[in-house]
Design a protein around this ligand. Structure first.
Ligand code: TRP
Ligand code: ZN
Length: 879
């Protein structure tokens, strides 16, 4: 392997030139596109040559103040850039480059998708379009002229406002766009193609009128309404919650089917994976609807948190991503509105965090929210940057209160609008706006790893005092052995024996609260509560107030008490999960020891109460009855045995199913949603609970009657949620009963790519689907490795969501993984690198599996032509 340079945060230097204006002209064509760029530069820091980035460009010409530069005396061209020697203090640079969009399978820079042209520039894609300082702290004003064939590329879009358009000769036309706001190159975008739009005029709170558009391929206009609604809701929400207004006259969303991630916040021209735009009840599930709302919100919210205030360098990525994820989470929760709805949405967020981020933090790719180094920045668009970053932002709100947090946001914008800043600047705004010292809080940005908070309690009957002693620790992570204590907000409440909230009088404080935030800043601290008449049950880390593992020696009866009564809905759910997890971990041990399996009635009774409590939200009941995933159990295992995990979890599902058969059947009948489909949280919650009941009813040894219940649902379903859920249940039986419904499903949706993705994914993730069947599905005419959604639907679903087959003892799953990593590496390194991460935890598996994983990793590591993306990961994993 060749060594690839590491970039260090410490090495940051401001760019020596200011660029006041960038004028771009594109002569667009899928085979050859010419890009004319003209920029006005002025030196702002003394020093050296002018460095411009490039990646795979052909330079056609370069002029400085009108004079053609010479490759012998004036500039040096190499693989990753262009160096102009001894430039003057102030000058104009004009460059013409050529690119080949239809040869670009990386989906970065300018590329073709279904005959249309799109760009993706974050993080470092602009350098595949033209020579430029492709770094977020170089901000400039863009003027963009697009020229292309008027028929094939009838729509020409870029950032900002359309200022001119017209016809050219040879059947071509042009459009000229000016973005009034200066921006970094990663926010540049253009779209050219045959597209249609749903549009609407919208009045902002200030009374100003703006134009909103959702652009899609012809034939998809019946699937844009939900994205448009979500956009309008996002605009309103940001006005109301943060006082932030849309700053452009026009805001566009464009859907593209070949896309590396979810969506991209380009100024005024957000580009989306079709998966996060297109929806109607026939093709999209409730989860799709919820995801669309959250991604539309996310990209829209970036307009202020990311675009108006951007990042100084890519180490600060969480400055925009963590903050914007926090904002989109709050938006989704507010859209549901009710307290229990907010809890349901919080539980969903915490589940991902624990399952994916905690395990990232415990593996070879563990990194701080603000990393100190990277090889390939694309590898750092991680759950740590996004989801843990969002938790870090949420902790400010927990510590400062909602109003205090808002004051901090206001000060952040007042100080930094139009600037490229750091995570320290954000923290300073929060501290200064509230007169708080948040120096220690910095460790959340600089130290990787998940802190463990161990709690011990003591009740003194004579003094009527209750003491909680909190102790924190954090395991070493790569490159960080000793950790200093974090500043951890731990929200607690105390329940009496009737399940009522006890008033909390912290010693020394006179006023009582129902819930209070303990601030743990030392390694160990005790907090004493006065006037506690009897031994309480502590409700700890309410609403998951910090991204930590909380350990407390709860008894089963305490957990059942919390599950039945806690006023904090998150902790009610949490208590149920603890009960389930303890049992599952015990069952896993029994499976490994070859012992007979059994499940006690305490658990069944406790969750049975919740299942049958019609005063509780259906969505909440569904969450309580959902067992921790196999991935979560793997994360909790000291040595992962995927087969024992699967057997144990299936056993527990069977037991729940058998003991509560009647209840599930009743719940199934009681939660039908009649009439016109609506994706609102209440209806979606009912469908979720009903379909969970169906899944329990059709367990492995299901009777004919239950199978036919599922078959009837497949046939009669009026929406994709119900049809897909019933189909999934049938596929998971591994029986012949699934064959016909699967074929029908394919026939009914053969021309809808996003639904065919579901069809692949459903089969790939079924524990009955082995690697041979996956290989067979790869030979299906609809399979295409170049399309990331399709690759994810089959390959990633198998490797991520089908642990028992992927970890087949003969290593056949790992051999498949290595093959696909290498195939993708040659096409699209970003997507390949995501697949590499499946084996992150290879050292935690049983020795026999470990050895086979190592073989697969070495196969990849020893291959020639590895991308930076893949190489960085395999090196770190094998270290
Ligand atoms: N900034 C985008 C977001 O979080 C995500 C993103 C980063 C992205 N790099 C990308 C999307 C590359 C697509 C391709 O919303
Ligand atoms: Zn984002």
């Amino acid at each position: 392997m060749q060594t690839i340079p590491t970039i260090f945060r410490q090495d940051y230097c401001p760019y020596p030139f200011k660029i006041s204006h960038l004028n771009l002209i594109f002569d667009l064509d899928a085979a050859h596109t010419h890009v004319h760029s003209e920029m006005l530069l002025t030196r702002v820091n003394p020093g050296s040559d002018l460095l411009l980035h490039a990646d795979g460009l052909s330079l056609l010409s370069i002029h400085l103040d009108g004079r053609e530069l010479s490759a012998v005396t004036d500039y040096v061209l190499n693989d990753d850039g262009l160096r102009v020697l001894n430039p003057p203090e102030s000058f104009t640079l004009s460059i013409v480059t050529q690119t080949q969009p239809d040869q670009n399978s990386t989906l970065m820079g300018l590329y073709a998708s279904n005959g249309n042209l799109f760009t993706q520039c974050e993080a470092e894609g602009f350098r595949k379009i033209t020579y430029f300082p492709d770094r977020p702290d170089v901000m400039t004003q863009y003027t963009v002229e697009l020229r292309a064939d008027a028929e094939q590329y009838s729509v020409l879009l870029s950032n900002g406002n359309l200022v001119d358009e017209g016809v050219l000769d040879d059947g071509r036309h042009y459009a000229k766009w000016i973005d009034p706001f200066k921006k970094p190159s990663y926010l540049f975008a253009l779209v050219a193609g045959k597209l249609v739009c749903q549009e609407e005029k919208f009045i902002l709170a200030s009374g100003r009128e703006v134009l909103l558009q959702v652009w899609v391929e012809d034939g998809n206009l019946d699937k844009t309404q939900h994205a448009m609604e979500s956009l309008k809701n996002s605009i309103r929400w940001d006005e109301q919650r943060f006082g932030l207004e849309l700053d452009l006259d026009r805001f566009m969303i464009v859907a593209v089917s070949d896309f590396n991630m979810g969506a991209m916040e380009n100024k005024g021209l957000n580009i989306f994976n079709t998966k996060y735009v297109l929806a109607n009840s026939r093709v999209a599930t409730d989860i799709d609807y919820a995801n669309i709302e959250s991604v539309v919100g996310h990209e829209y919210f970036h307009n202020w948190t990311g675009n108006r205030v951007t990042c100084q360098d890519w180490f600060q990525l969480s400055l925009k991503e963590g903050l914007t994820v926090f904002r989109d989470q709050e938006f989704s929760a507010d859209m549901i509105g009710t307290d229990s709805g907010r809890a349901v949405s919080r539980i969903g967020d915490v589940r991902t965090l624990r399952q994916v981020q905690f395990s990232e933090d415990a593996g070879p790719m563990a990194h701080p929210v603000r990393p100190d180094s990277y090889v390939e920045i694309n590898n750092f668009y991680t759950v740590t940057i996004y989801e843990k970053g969002a938790e870090v932002v949420r902790m400010y709100q927990t510590l400062l209160g909602r109003d205090g947090f808002r004051k901090g946001m206001d000060l952040y914008f007042a100080r930094h609008d139009g600037c490229a800043v750091t995570c320290d600047d954000f923290r300073a705004a929060m501290a200064d706006a509230n007169g708080r010292d948040l120096a220690q809080f910095e460790r959340w940005y600089s130290q990787a790893g998940t802190p463990v908070v161990t709690v011990k309690s003591h009740y003194d009957t004579d003094l009527q005092q209750y003491t909680l002693t909190l102790r924190q620790s954090c395991a070493p992570t790569p490159g960080q052995t000793d950790k200093s204590p974090f500043h951890i907000p731990v929200t607690v409440g105390l329940l009496d024996s009737n399940g009522q909230e006890m008033p909390l009088y912290l010693v020394g404080e006179s006023s009582a609260q129902a819930s209070c935030v303990l601030e743990l800043t030392d390694i160990e601290q005790s907090f004493v509560f006065d006037r506690i008449p009897a031994l309480p049950t502590p409700s700890l880390l309410r609403n998951f107030s910090a991204p930590v593992v909380l350990e407390y020696a709860y008894s089963d009866t305490e957990l059942a008490h919390l599950l039945a009564h806690d006023s904090d809905a998150f902790n009610r759910w949490e208590a149920g999960q603890r009960l389930a997890t303890q049992r599952l971990m015990q069952l896993i041990k029994s499976v490994q020891a070859g012992e007979a399996l059994s499940l006690d009635s305490l658990y069944l009774e406790a969750v049975g109460l919740v299942l049958n409590d019609e005063n509780l939200d259906p969505a909440f009941r569904e969450l309580v009855l959902t067992l921790p995933s196999e991935a979560m159990l793997a994360e909790l295992s000291a040595e992962i045995d995927p087969h024992a995990i699967h057997v144990a979890r299936e056993y527990m599902r069977q037991q729940i199913s058998a003991h509560m058969h009647k209840d599930f059947y009743q719940v199934y009948q009681a939660n039908q949603t009649m009439g016109v489909y609506s994706p609102d949280a209440i209806s979606a919650g009912k469908r979720g609970l009903k379909n969970l009941a169906l899944a329990y009813l059709v367990s492995n040894d299901a009777d004919e009657q239950m199978i036919s219940l599922a078959l009837t649902q497949v046939h009669e379903a009026q929406n994709m949620t119900d049809r897909l859920a019933a189909l999934a249940v049938l596929v998971r039986t591994g029986d012949e009963c699934a064959i016909e419904p699967l074929n029908d499903f394919y026939q009914d949706f053969a021309d809808d790519a996003l639904v065919i993705d579901k069809w692949f994914s459903l089969q790939a993730s079924s524990p009955k689907t082995d690697v041979e069947l996956v290989r067979q599905l790869m030979r299906h005419p609809d399979f295409n490795l170049h399309n990331p959604n399709r690759a994810r639907s089959l390959i990633f679903s198998f490797c991520h969501a089908n642990p028992v087959q992927f970890h087949a003892k003969d290593g056949s799953g790992y051999a498949f993984w290595a093959e696909q990593v290498l195939a993708l590496n040659a096409i699209n390194p970003q997507v390949a690198a995501r697949l590499v991460r499946v084996l992150d935890h290879w050292r935690k598996y049983q020795p026999a599996l470990q050895a086979r994983m190592q073989d697969a990793l070495l196969t990849v590591a020893n291959s020639v032509g590895l991308s930076k993306d893949v190489q960085e990961l395999v090196v770190k994993m094998l270290k």
